[in-house]
Design a protein around this ligand. Structure first.
Ligand code: GLN
Ligand code: ZN
Length: 756
């Protein structure tokens, strides 16, 4: 059986590409030097794939920033504002990626969005009037030739026309239709060019097909490919999909003259069923995405080999591949020096997945049960993984309806809380973190390096807290915070204090451009080992008479920003984490903290791609997990939550169902629509739509904030409105933070006078 992968990480084993690009941006290396590094990295990955026995290697999966941005460039969809800068092609590309500010002009970057259900971000293509789309595929063919020279069988890859047109932002909706013909033509030219160059296979990726498709979408897709495929000549075209199944368009895909269909057998719930019910077209190759491209666990050979055997009965043209690009997993477990073999033996990053694919293809040819590769795998998969906790499992099992419900209804609670907290109208607060200054960071790094003791570290944290509380009192804020100086990251900090979590050294995954994240791994059953934040919050509260807000991260966000287990459901993991957070909530309350915020920054982003699954697959348990955290507190204890974006018009009732007392969120960019939606939904939760944008160092004026609050008051009843910045202040400097908060309080005071 032939083998391949959908794509490979670009960033390099030690994030070499990231560092090289950032050096180039700082002017420390030339373009030629950067290109040399990039070329070496491409060579290295291709050689690795060959060495591991992969038959076909994707090329053009490399990118200096993002594959969708590469496609914009390949189609010459470069907006005028960038062309007018007259920069070199590479600098124009980076200007689109990050914006440009310099002697040649001042332009903003492309917008950036989450790539389907991953934590990767793509650069949203732009279509504007007057663009001259034409094919510019130098990059694709350069990478093709490079691979050829290395004696590799290369398969150029690109994102397809349908996904491009669906995801592009347009200055006018008509442009999507106007540019259909030129986009099609470019793809036709691409196939013609491939023919000339003797390309055997090309991979066109259309992940947008795994979303809910309407008739018009299907028509558009068929229209595009009927025409594009006319030009394929001798080139074989693989239509690659991922992140789900193609239930709405399987029939059409089978009928169109594609030479291969790449289907996802991991996240595609209906993939097997589709094949079973409708068969698989004889003339086509089935690229079976059996190895999970998104998670770090070894795959189960027994299961996969059974699936392969089954598929072999369906088609004799089977190619084994990954469920999606390996872009979403780290490079290699070989770099991990600190994890014990008892943990590492369960992991397979990108490089190890190559081995898995090769081994599976070899094993599938023979009677494999006695083969050493097979037995080694079975042994690992069946071995008892550590960090199991039957008590935690029992507690999750024992949960019932009442555990998700607060006893007293929200409206009644809100009154009790008002009385207890004695807050003025339009109470002011912040989202939690204060600037992470050099001193804060160096305290943490010195502790990590063992240069100072835990006591010395904490003493410093306490000193930061003291200054922070003083500062907030001086500013006249109403509900204070301790500043979050004890944490660098809102998920890692809790993970480190939970049992069941494992931390890697090199499991970096590209988030966008040169930015990488290193998600922690949920390895076993999660439980709280000891109180985590209580001493910091308690100390902070002792410094003031004003209410002090306890600060926690919610279970859904912790789960979404970790590598999850595959042996239990997301629901179970979320409930385990929720039970741990719940203990912390209860302890905070017992320590006298009467306002507790549970951040769910990432709740919105993991909504299933298909609307019909929003509730059954996600929201039902996600909302329960959140409620489980706070259902154990007294009615007078006020529960806050925070979300980073306000793009939740379509789940507004569900946000209310979290049953928090107050929610704060980012609204400074999309203010009006969300306010209307809140009003229309008769939103019950009190709200603090951020009155200024913390993502920029700019200090908002008093007048500006007054204006913003006035607008909010038009839509939100005064007794439900809070005043706060739109997210945590940790990335800001002290001077602008102080100035902005001072103006925020001044603005609030002006409005309070008017209200009286
Ligand atoms: N409480 C966190 C902070 O203030 C929230 C961060 C976030 O929403 N991303 O930093
Ligand atoms: Zn936020």
């Amino acid at each position: 059986m032939q083998t391949t992968i959908v794509g490979y990480p670009r960033i390099g084993k030690m994030r070499e590409l990231k560092f090289a690009i950032e050096k180039y941006w700082r002017g420390e290396v030339t373009e030629a030097e950067l290109q040399k590094t990039a070329k070496e990295l491409r060579e290295e990955k291709l050689k690795k794939q060959k060495q591991e026995g992969i038959t076909w290697s994707p090329v053009n999966d490399f990118s200096y920033y993002d594959g969708m941005l590469d496609l914009s460039v390949m189609l010459n969809a470069v907006p005028k504002r960038y062309r007018e800068l007259n920069l070199s092609p590479l600098d124009t590309y980076f200007a689109m990626a990050r914006g440009y500010q310099g002697e040649k002009g001042d332009v903003k970057a492309f917008a950036m969005k989450k790539w389907f259900n991953t934590n990767y971000h793509y650069m949203v293509p732009e279509l504007e009037e007057g663009m001259e789309l034409k094919l510019q595929a130098e990059k694709l063919f350069l990478e093709y030739e490079e691979a050829k020279q290395l004696g590799i069988c290369p398969r150029p890859v690109t994102i397809g026309a349908f996904t491009f047109l669906k995801l592009a932002s347009v200055t006018a909706e008509t442009l999507r239709t106007e540019y259909l013909a030129p986009v099609k033509k470019s793809f036709q030219e691409l196939l013609q060019e491939c023919n000339k160059k003797g390309v055997e296979w090309i991979q066109i990726e259309e992940p947008a097909l795994v979303m809910d498709l309407e008739e018009a979408d299907k028509k558009l897709f068929c229209d595009i490919y009927q025409d594009v495929l006319k030009e394929k000549g001798n080139v074989k075209v693989l239509l690659q999909t991922y992140f789900g199944d193609v239930r709405d368009i399987y029939q059409e895909l089978s009928e169109l003259p594609f030479d291969g269909l790449g289907l996802d057998f991991v996240e595609g719930k209906y993939t097997e069923k589709l094949i079973q019910e409708h068969g698989f077209p004889k003339e086509k190759y089935l690229y079976a995405g059996l190895v999970n491209g998104k998670n770090i666990w070894k795959c189960d050979y027994q299961k996969k080999l059974a699936q392969i055997e089954h598929l072999k009965k369906v088609t004799d043209k089977l190619v084994l591949t990954t469920s999606c690009s390996l872009l979403h997993v780290p490079y290699t477990t070989k770099s991990e020096k600190k994890l014990s073999e008892d943990v590492l033996k369960y992991f397979a990053y990108a490089q190890e997945k190559l081995t898995e694919i090769h081994e599976l293809s070899v094993l599938s040819k023979k009677d494999y049960v006695n083969e050493p590769e097979y037995q080694r795998n079975v042994e690992v998969i069946q071995s008892e993984r550590g960090m199991k906790d039957s008590e935690v499992c029992r507690q999750v099992e024992a949960l019932s309806e009442k555990d998700f419900i607060r006893n007293v209804a929200r409206t009644e609670r809100q009154e009790l809380q008002r009385e207890k907290l004695g807050l003025p109208a339009l109470p002011t607060t912040t989202i939690g973190s204060f600037p992470q200054t050099k001193e804060v960071k160096s305290n943490r790094s010195r502790y990590r390096k063992g240069e100072i003791s835990k006591e010395q570290y904490d003493a410093q944290v306490f000193a930061f807290i003291r200054d922070c509380v003083r500062q907030q009192e001086e500013l006249g804020l109403d509900v204070l915070v301790h500043g979050e100086y004890e944490r660098n990251d809102m998920v890692e900090f809790f993970g480190e204090n939970f049992g069941g979590y494992v931390f890697t050294e090199y499991a970096w995954v590209q988030s966008y451009g040169t930015r990488c994240v290193k998600p922690p791994v949920i390895f076993g059953d999660v439980k709280r080992l000891a109180p985590i934040t209580v001493k910091y919050s308690e100390y902070a509260a002792s410094l003031t008479k004003k209410p002090m807000k306890g600060m926690l991260t919610g279970p859904v966000t912790i789960l979404n920003w970790s590598f999850p287990r595959e042996d239990i459901s997301h629901r179970e993991m979320a409930f385990q984490i929720a039970l741990a957070i719940r203990q912390e909530v209860v302890d905070l309350e017992a320590a006298g903290i009467s306002v507790i915020q549970i951040d769910e920054a990432a709740l919105r982003e993991k909504l299933p791609l298909r609307k019909g699954e929003w509730h059954s697959d996600y929201l039902d348990w996600a909302l329960e997990a959140f409620r489980l955290c706070h259902s154990g507190v007294k009615p007078e204890t006020q529960i806050h939550t925070h979300m980073c974006y306000s793009e939740f018009e379509d789940i507004i009732h569900e946000i209310d169902e979290m049953d928090a007392d107050v929610i704060t969120f980012e609204a400074s960019r999309s203010k009006l629509e969300i306010l209307d939606a809140l009003k229309e939904a008769e939103f019950e939760t009190e709200v603090g739509p951020g009155v200024y944008d913390i993502h920029s160092p700019r200090v908002p004026s008093v007048e500006e904030i007054v204006e913003a609050i006035r607008k909010m008051l038009e839509k939100i009843p005064q007794e439900k409105l809070w005043v706060n910045p739109d997210c945590g202040l940790k990335t800001r400097g002290i001077p602008e933070t102080e100035a902005s908060l001072r103006n925020m309080v001044a603005a609030t005071q002006i409005l309070r006078k008017e209200l009286k």
